[in-house]
Design a protein around this ligand. Structure first.
Ligand code: FE
Length: 316
């Protein structure tokens, strides 16, 4: 999606202090306890994007570098699907990956390389923009319903100009497994109980799960030390750190400190949440709307190329 690209063209030239800056990655002292603690809770904020659609942003620009290698999570579950019809007309991406997970309705997309398709309910599109894609994404309700999520994943310096690519995953390709009694999970990327999700070869080494927990059971999942881990609640109420007495609800995100395991239990059930983990990149972030590079000079170059028609490096 566009990230204010169309509504704030000033973003193109790097003058908007709210959307353009160079942030330096600050390493955090590792907290080595086995069970990860919740170090930050965020409530998604209503945001206007694209050609005027209204969505909820769980985190984004202002949270760099806390979520490294992740840049943004937008929740576009729609109370009023008609709010989304203006969509996200033609806009560029460079230096990142965008991951669209649809719950209901569909997104029609097409791009500068001649690709076109539909991301339907339960489907995932993992798009690696790399050196550059110009595309449009147009959400459409089906039987009056529309909703989904878009995650942005950063690329390290050596991969920012890689060739663009897609992994288009249909819902029937995403394994839904019983992780333990009362806990089910859709595995988009990564693995649980040796069941591997269909998205593969992503540089950030991410996990992306959609987990549902019923009454009275705990979801326990091993995570790699040093990796960024967060969850985003989409139904119910849950405790994301044992004995914290802190309960998260729909539209709330928990960012975890370091450790080797997460333990999550429902308070109101079924508790459903998205789970993410990934390997931090640890590089400077220069973020200009839909383009994320390492330096301001690289951003300036990207927008100059977009203006003069040399942005796209791979035609088909
Ligand atoms: Fe986009």
């Amino acid at each position: 999606m566009a990230l204010n690209f169309l509504s704030k063209t000033v973003v193109l030239f790097g003058h908007d202090q709210h959307l353009n800056a160079v942030s330096v990655y600050l390493p955090v002292i590792a907290h080595m306890s086995a069970i990860r603690k919740v170090v930050k809770i965020l409530k998604a904020k209503e945001t206007i994007e694209g050609a005027g659609v209204r969505l909820h942003r769980a985190f984004g620009y202002y949270e760099v570098p806390n979520f490294d290698p992740f840049l943004m999570l937008d929740d576009f579950r729609a109370d009023r699907p008609e709010d989304y019809l203006p969509g996200f007309p033609w806009h560029p991406h460079r230096g990142i990956e965008t991951v669209t997970y649809m719950f209901e309705g569909k997104v029609e997309h097409c791009d500068s390389m001649g690709n076109a398709g539909i991301v339907g309910a339960g489907d995932v599109q993992w798009m690696t923009a790399g050196s550059g894609i110009i595309h449009q994404e147009m959400p459409k309700p089906v039987k009056g319903r529309m909703g989904g999520f878009q995650l942005w994943v950063n690329l390290p310096r050596v991969n920012k100009m890689m060739d663009p690519r897609y992994q288009e995953i249909k819902h029937e390709q995403i394994p839904t497994i019983e992780i333990s009694e009362g806990v089910t999970g859709k595995i988009i990327c990564g693995s649980i109980n040796s069941i591997v999700g269909p998205v593969h070869d992503i540089i950030a080494d991410p996990e992306y799960f959609d987990i549902t927990i019923e009454e009275g059971v705990t979801f326990s999942h091993p995570v790699k030390n040093g990796y960024t881990v967060f969850t985003y609640v989409i139904n119910g109420e849950g405790e994301f750190e044992p004995n914290s007495n802190q309960y998260l609800h729909n539209h709330e995100l928990a960012l975890f400190g370091d450790g080797t395991n997460v333990q999550i239990r429902p308070n109101k059930y079924p508790l459903r949440f998205l789970f993410f983990s990934g390997k931090p990149i640890g590089e400077p972030v220069a973020w200009g709307g839909p383009i994320v590079m390492n330096t301001q000079a690289e951003l300036t170059q990207a927008f100059r190329e977009y203006q003069d028609g040399t942005f796209i490096k791979i035609q088909d």
